[in-house]
Write a protein that binds this ligand. Structure first.
Ligand SMILES: C[S@@+](CC[C@H](N)C(=O)[O-])C[C@H]1O[C@@H](n2cnc3c(N)ncnc32)[C@H](O)[C@@H]1O
Length: 146
């Protein structure tokens, strides 16, 4: 698989914080959605822009997976003083016995987009079958009953 997050990495933070994403708003929305859930898996954590904002709101226990080493390097610099665990791996291959209370993805591997009242799943993974398998795997990594 081609890792597209190579050249763009040098501009990524400037680009994304220049109005593409509003991380203050996103983190507040997540804060309200997550309620008391604290153990979170972020799929496609990127440079940790959202994670930084989330940690300013609550004491989350976050595991972040991303397959771009350079994106994770920046995330590591940004989140160095936190307990966030960063894992460099393709989410398709990611295996963990850990259970999570929530799985988040902001423009990450998968996102849900609302268009004319319909919800569509967008994904960095082009193969529909692999997406189905990924969703099933992610579901199995959620704590039962949540
Ligand atoms: C648009 S960025 C979003 C980053 C971050 N969530 C944010 O809000 O800024 C998408 C991220 O997903 C990662 N990604 C895409 N496909 C992936 C895969 N199959 N496995 C792991 N990470 C992936 C990319 O490397 C990139 O860092």
């Amino acid at each position: 698989m081609i890792n597209e997050y190579v050249e763009i990495v040098n501009y990524y933070d400037n680009l994304l914080t220049s109005g593409y994403f509003n991380y203050d708003s996103l983190s507040n929305i997540l804060y309200n959605l997550l309620g008391t859930r604290r153990k979170v898996l972020d799929i496609g954590i990127g440079t940790g822009l959202l994670t930084e904002k989330m940690l300013s709101l609550a004491n989350y226990n976050i595991v972040g997976v991303d397959f771009s080493p350079r994106m994770l390097e920046i995330a590591k610099e940004r989140l160095g003083n936190s307990d966030v665990r960063l894992i460099c791996e393709d989410i398709i291959k990611f295996e963990s016995k850990e259970k999570f209370e929530a799985i988040v993805s902001t423009g990450g591997v998968i996102c849900v987009v609302e268009e004319n009242g319909e919800y569509r799943i967008c994904s960095h993974i082009s193969d529909p079958e692999k997406n189905k398998q990924l969703l099933a795997k992610l579901h199995s990594q959620l704590d039962e009953g949540l």
